[in-house]
Design a protein around this ligand. Structure first.
Ligand SMILES: [Zn+2]
Length: 320
C-alpha cells in the first residue's frame, strides 16, 4: 500500500517536472543547471568590457575581477570557481597574468569548457631588459600586458567574436559580427587619436618610467622608450630592492626623466619611495594600468581608460 502511494507520488512529481520542462523549455531549453542563458565567463575586467561589447545581449557575461583589483593577485570565490566550470566559454588573458586564477581556468578547460587566452593570441612581445646593471628576471619571457596596445586589442576582439560564434550556443552570429565591427571602428578611432595626441610629445621626452613593467606594448606601438620601473618586474607581486631603486634613479637622471607613471591604486607609496631617492624632484602621474574602475570613476570602460591615460601621459611628458 505504502509502496504504491509512494510510486504514484513519484510519478506525479515526475509528471510535474516534465510538464515544467515542456512549458519552460520552449523559452529556455530546460537544460540541467538551472539558469539556461548561454554564459561567457571572463577573468579580467578589461577583457570583460571588451567581451561585453562583442556579446551584447546575446549571452550573459560574468566578469570575475572586481573594479580596481590587481589582475596579478585577485583570487576566486567558490561560487566564481563553479561559474567557471559551467561556462560555455571562458575568456582570459593568460601569459601568466592571472596568477591565482589560471589553475582554475586550466581545470575548467580540462573538463571540457572552451577557453580562449586573448593575450596568447595577440602576438605577445617579450619583456626586455632595458636597464644596464639591472638584469630583469623576466627578460625574454612573454609580457602579458597586451591591452596597452589598442592595435592588439583590435586583433583580440575579432578573435573573441570568432570564439563566441563557435562555442556559445544560441547566439545570433550576425549580431555578434555587427557588434565586433562597430567596436573595431571605435578601437581604430582610439588608435588614431592616441597617435595624434602623442605626436605633441617631443621625441626626446618620449620616455616612460612606470610602477612595474606594464606599458611595453604601448611603448612599442607608439614609439616610447621604457627607462625602467620602480618594481623591476612584470608583476606587482614583486618588490624593489634598494639597489633596484638606485639603478632606476640613475637611469632617470641620465635620461632627464622626472615623471613617473604609477597605477592609480598606489601612487602615494610610489611617490614617497621615489621622492626619497631623488631628493623630492619627481612628478608622479596616476594612470589606470591594468584594471578598470567603477563606472563614472575615470576608467569605466577600456576606451575610457585608454583616453584618460593618453591625456595624462601627454600632459605629464610635455609639462602641459
Ligand atoms: Zn601588471
Amino acid at each position: 500500500m505504502s509502496v504504491r502511494v509512494g510510486a504514484a507520488r513519484v510519478r506525479a512529481l515526475l509528471l510535474t517536472l516534465v510538464t515544467f520542462c515542456v512549458v519552460a523549455g520552449t523559452a529556455t531549453g530546460c537544460a540541467s543547471g538551472g539558469d539556461d542563458r548561454p554564459r561567457v565567463v571572463v577573468t579580467t575586467n578589461i577583457l570583460g568590457d571588451i567581451t561585453r561589447e562583442i556579446v551584447g545581449d546575446e549571452a550573459d557575461v560574468t566578469v570575475l575581477m572586481r573594479p580596481n583589483a590587481d589582475p596579478h593577485s585577485f583570487g576566486l570565490s567558490a561560487v566564481q570557481a563553479a561559474e567557471l566550470e559551467n561556462a560555455d566559454l571562458v575568456v582570459y588573458n593568460g601569459l601568466g597574468l592571472e596568477e591565482n586564477v589560471l589553475r582554475h581556468v586550466e581545470a575548467a578547460r580540462a573538463s571540457g569548457v572552451a577557453g580562449f587566452a586573448a593575450g596568447e593570441a595577440a602576438d605577445p612581445l617579450p619583456f626586455h631588459a632595458e636597464r644596464e646593471g639591472g638584469p630583469d628576471e623576466e627578460a625574454g619571457e612573454p609580457d602579458p600586458h597586451f591591452w596597452t596596445d589598442p592595435g592588439r586589442v583590435r586583433k583580440a576582439a575579432g578573435l573573441i567574436a570568432d570564439q563566441v560564434v563557435e562555442h556559445v550556443e544560441g547566439v545570433d552570429e550576425k549580431t555578434v559580427r555587427d557588434n565586433a565591427a562597430r567596436y573595431d571602428g571605435q578601437l581604430a578611432g582610439l588608435t588614431a587619436w592616441m597617435e595624434k595626441s602623442f605626436a605633441a610629445i617631443p621625441e626626446d621626452r618620449r620616455a616612460l618610467v612606470t610602477n612595474h613593467h606594464v606599458f611595453g606594448y604601448l611603448a612599442d606601438r607608439f614609439g616610447f622608450r621604457v627607462i625602467g620601473a620602480v618594481i623591476p618586474s612584470g608583476t606587482t607581486l614583486a618588490s624593489p630592492s634598494a639597489s633596484d631603486l638606485r639603478s632606476l634613479t640613475r637611469a632617470m637622471e641620465e635620461a632627464g626623466v622626472r615623471t613617473v607613471f604609477a597605477d592609480s591604486s598606489q601612487p602615494t607609496r610610489l611617490a614617497e619611495v621615489l621622492r626619497q631617492e631623488m631628493g623630492g624632484d619627481v612628478d608622479v602621474v596616476a594612470l589606470y594600468s591594468e584594471s578598470l574602475t567603477e563606472k563614472g570613476k575615470g576608467a569605466g570602460t577600456y576606451l575610457e581608460m585608454m583616453r584618460a591615460n593618453t591625456t595624462a601621459m601627454t600632459e605629464g611628458l610635455t609639462g602641459a
